[in-house]
Design a binder for this molecule. Sequence first.
Ligand code: ADP
Ligand code: ADP
Ligand code: ZN
Length: 206
Amino acid sequence: MKLIFLGPPGAGKGTQAERIAERYQIAHISTGDMLRSEIRNATLLGAQAKSFIDRGELVPDSVIIGMVENRIQEDDCKNGFLLDGFPRTTAQADALGELTEIDYVVDIEVPSERLVARISGRRMCPDCGAAYHVTTHAADTCDKCGAKLYQRDDDREETVHNRLVVYEKKTAPLIAYYQERGKLLTVDGDQAIDSVTDSIVKGLAK
Ligand code: ADP
Ligand code: ADP
Ligand code: ZN
């Protein structure tokens, strides 16, 4: 199975992607996690991406498309994959369409007034990419691997606003794009985490 998770920053794409990828035994591909790892490893790609990420802008399509093209050819993608945070522009969606056929695009809907609180309280694991929220996770270490959690620089309020504007302008048009292609599955993301997972599983089983 090949899936795309669409939705604004803070919608719960990463949280749900981890669960769904495990359930269907497919690779979880988060372009955000990949870029953060490139930055940590001080690669050329990381250097190219950093200034865009820090400003809450999208990394140029040319950089991202090549990265995803290589990634989906790896062995762990043989059984399928879940793209979390890609595509984010029509050009990326067109490029992906040239590479492979996607089964479903899951659009996780959350009212915009909820997103800032979700993002500003997010704490991330640097090692496994798991996301927690300060209101529901008191410890400052990852439950899965024990690493010390951190707050992403781009999750600070100054940058969050621009990320939401960029989402509306560049990524939200993909909802209609995939609707027209008969791929869209819309899920209410404004429910408890387990309920969102159930809604996705039910939608995929239809
Ligand atoms: P995205 O990958 O779409 O940016 P995340 O999965 O990282 O979103 O979730 C953003 C923040 O919201 C995290 O702190 C996460 O713990 C929290 N979160 C995710 N899903 C829910 C939910 N259904 N209800 C409340 N908080 C959530
Ligand atoms: P979130 O989960 O909050 O939506 P991500 O971790 O997916 O954020 O992405 C963080 C940042 O990485 C984005 O704001 C953007 O700068 C960059 N990025 C990630 N995926 C893409 C993509 N497909 N195209 C362009 N930039 C991307
Ligand atoms: Zn971890």
